[in-house]
Each structure stands twice: as structure tokens, then as C-alpha cells.
Design a binder for this molecule. Structure first.
Ligand code: FE2
Length: 391
């Protein structure tokens, strides 16, 4: 059945090729500016990836007029302000961000101040406050997970007030997403597994979400198929360029899916686990995804059953309930393999969450924005046993 209304807006151009991050001339010619400011972090820079991109720019007549490499593990408000001042003073005409979600989100927020001036919190809090396109922003992801290269939100941590601020705005959608698997080859197995399970959770939650549409469904299902085929491979052998490529494309497709269809209870729980116990986002999602699907089961099994073919699990001649159970079992089997490889915990107790943590996580999930989009109404008491099962 078609939804009564849906919208699909994806203005970000996506290019994919092995090695394309150092060969951007055709794309940059179209954008039409010459001077870029690079935003990244020291981990990426120490791997030589920032210099590699800067050399690629210089070789074909483009200029890197400045670099900011101090982005922390979270995208931070003070970094955004500091970096925006440097970008403004540099004479840059556009931004290239090279990194994972924190770098990309930082760059999105920096671009607001760079293009429009003002104060991020005072002038741009709330949703869709921008009124016109910002300066060009090119994203080169170095993880295959967050999908931030194709999502409209920047999530920024305000260290002074200890809160996460979200800036959802269609003008934050980057101009260009450059998917180059070579840029993800150095991602260690644990990061590969965690970010990959973040992408998987984006795709699955988007697929069963209440705002899903036939278009977001195709993106989500395509992402899930690629992740099933490539995540374990990429963790087992980080140099497997084909698996890295599959994961990179999957993460972007999952990003497109969830920026339209949103996420639900799994992300709500993962946000709470992150806020209270510093469980990394992808790890929390990887642990909690099957349990969140269990919680939603009665509300989603018909749709979940339709994922059986793309996940390579049995569905013919059995009920939708059984096919949906096979889908969840396939996810558990994949996280189990990642666990055997030493790349992903599969219990909350193994991530530093204390014994009374599940209650805190269940309560926190209820207050999280993602809960609003969950297929099953959120109820703390009913959710708690599922969080305890994940413990
Ligand atoms: Fe996520």
C-alpha cells in the first residue's frame, strides 16, 4: 500500500570510483570554484589521507587554502566556531570534509557560519532555519556508516551545556559525496564492524519505519543486501577493496533511506547508551538491533518478511512471522560472526554498561526523538525486558 504522502529529496550528487578522491577535476570543474578549505581530524591526517586529497587538488590546479584537523570524536560547538573563523579568514570559496560523521557534521555546521555568519545556537537553532543554499561542500567519507554525506542533519555537542544539538536543514545536504573505497582501507576491524552495523541499523529501521516510502524502501533494501554480502568480508580482510566499496555504497544508500524515513527504537536506545555509558553509537546499534526488532515484531513482521530474499534467508512456503524471524536470526548470525572475529560485542554488559543500566537506557529511549518514529508505541515498562535481554 502506498503512503498517503511522501517526499523524496536527494540533491547530493554521488560519485563512486576506486581512487576518485584524488582525481576530482571533472567534478570540481562543474562546481566551478578554485579555493577549498579542508576539514578533517588527526587520525585521518596521520594516515596521509588529507595530504593525498590536497595533492590531488594541487595537481589539477585547485588550491587548499587552509586545514582544520582538530575535530574531536564528537562534533563540538567550540570546534565549529574556531574552524569557521579560520575558514572565513582563509579566502576559501568552499569546504571539503574528509572523515566520519563527526568531521562531516562539523563541516556542515561550519558551512552555516562561513556562508551566512551569525551565531550557530542563537541564530540557527531549530529545524530548517536556513533560507538559501550555502557555499559548496564536498564530502569524502572515510568510514562506511553514518551516511552523513547524504543526510540533512548536523549533530553538534555543546560541551558547556553538555547537550547534543541537532540542526536539520535541507541546505545542509552536501553538494557532492565522493565514495572512494581506498579512503576506507585503513579503518580498523572494530571500527569497520561498528560503523557497518550503524549503517545496517539505519537501513533496517528506515525500512520498517512509519515514514517509509517505496523510494526509501529500495534504498534501504539495497543497502541491507550489500551489507549482508560485504560487512563480514570487510572486517575479515580490511584490504578487500570490493567489500570496502560495497560497504561505502551501502552506508550512503542507508543514509538516503533514513534521512527520509527516520530511525526508531534501536537508535533511541543507542543514543541513551551513548549518553549515559559512552557506548559507541555503532556498537550500541549492533547489539540492540535484533532486540529492537523483537520489541517491534507484531507491528513490523509483514514488512520485515519482505527482506528475506535480499538477506538470503528462507521465506518460501512459510508464514510472514517465520520469514521475519529468519530475518532477525540472520542479523543475529551476522553480529555473532563479527563477535567471533573479536570486532563487535553482542551484549551490553561487555561495553561497560552497569547492571542497572538497562532501566536507564529504557527510560532514556523514551525521551529520545527517534522514539517518535517507531512503529510500535514506546512504553518504558514494555521495552525494559528487551533491553535486559540485550544485557
Ligand atoms: Fe546511526
Amino acid at each position: 500500500m502506498l503512503p498517503e504522502f511522501f517526499e523524496f529529496y536527494n540533491p547530493t550528487k554521488i560519485v563512486y570510483q576506486i581512487g576518485i578522491a584524488t582525481d576530482l577535476k571533472p567534478e570540481l570543474d562543474i562546481i566551478g570554484i578554485k579555493k577549498y578549505f579542508i576539514i578533517s581530524d588527526h587520525v585521518i591526517s596521520d594516515l596521509g589521507l588529507v595530504q593525498k586529497v590536497a595533492d590531488g587538488l594541487a595537481n589539477v590546479g585547485f588550491e587548499t587554502v587552509g586545514r582544520y584537523l582538530d575535530v574531536a570524536q564528537d562534533a563540538r560547538l567550540n570546534d565549529v566556531k574556531k574552524c569557521a573563523d579560520l575558514v572565513k579568514a582563509s579566502g576559501a570559496e568552499g569546504i571539503i570534509s574528509i572523515g566520519g560523521g563527526s568531521v562531516i557534521d562539523t563541516a556542515k555546521a561550519v558551512n552555516i557560519l562561513f556562508s551566512e555568519g551569525g551565531d550557530l545556537v542563537d541564530d540557527y537553532s531549530g529545524a530548517h532555519t536556513l533560507t538559501r543554499p550555502l557555499k559548496p561542500h564536498i564530502v569524502i567519507p572515510t568510514t562506511a556508516g553514518t551516511g552523513s554525506e547524504v543526510t540533512m542533519a548536523a549533530v553538534i555537542y555543546d560541551e558547556d551545556n553538555k547537550e547534543k544539538l541537532a540542526f536539520p536543514d535541507k541546505f545542509l545536504l552536501p553538494n557532492l559525496a565522493v565514495l572512494d573505497p581506498e579512503m576506507t582501507l585503513s579503518l580498523p576491524p572494530k571500527m569497520t564492524a561498528a560503523t557497518g552495523m550503524d549503517a545496517m541499523t539505519h537501513a533496517v529501521e528506515a525500512y520498517v519505519g512509519i515514514q517509509s516510502s517505496p523510494i526509501s524502501d529500495v534504498m534501504a533494501a539495497g543497502a541491507i543486501e550489500l551489507i549482508m554480502k560485504n560487512l563480514v568480508r570487510a572486517v575479515e580482510n580490511g584490504d578487500d577493496i570490493e567489500a570496502r566499496g560495497g560497504m561505502l555504497v551501502a552506508a550512503t544508500m542507508a543514509g538516503i533511506a533514513f534521512t527520509h524515513s527516520m530511525v526508531g527504537v534501536v537508535h533511541a536506545m543507542a543514543h541513551a547508551a551513548g549518553a549515559h555509558y559512552r557506548v559507541p553509537h555503532g556498537v550500541a546499534n549492533g547489539i540492540l538491533l535484533p532486540y529492537g526488532l523483537d520489541y517491534n515484531f507484531d507491528f513490523i513482521y509483514e514488512k520485515l518478511a519482505r527482506l528475506a530474499p535480499v538477506m538470503g534467508v528462507a521465506a518460501q512456503g512459510i508464514s510472514d512471522e517465520d520469514a521475519a524471524r529468519n530475518v532477525i536470526a540472520a542479523i543475529r548470525s551476522m553480529t555473532g560472526k563479527l563477535n567471533e572475529l573479536g570486532a563487535l560485542p553482542i551484549r551490553l554488559r561487555d561495553t561497560g554498561v552497569p547492571e542497572d543500566g538497562p532501566a536507564v537506557i529504557a527510560e532514556g529511549a523514551l525521551n529520545d526523538g527517534s522514539s517518535f518514529y517507531n512503529p510500535r508505541p514506546m512504553d518504558e515498562e514494555e521495552l525494559l525486558p528487551y533491553v535486559q535481554n540485550a544485557y
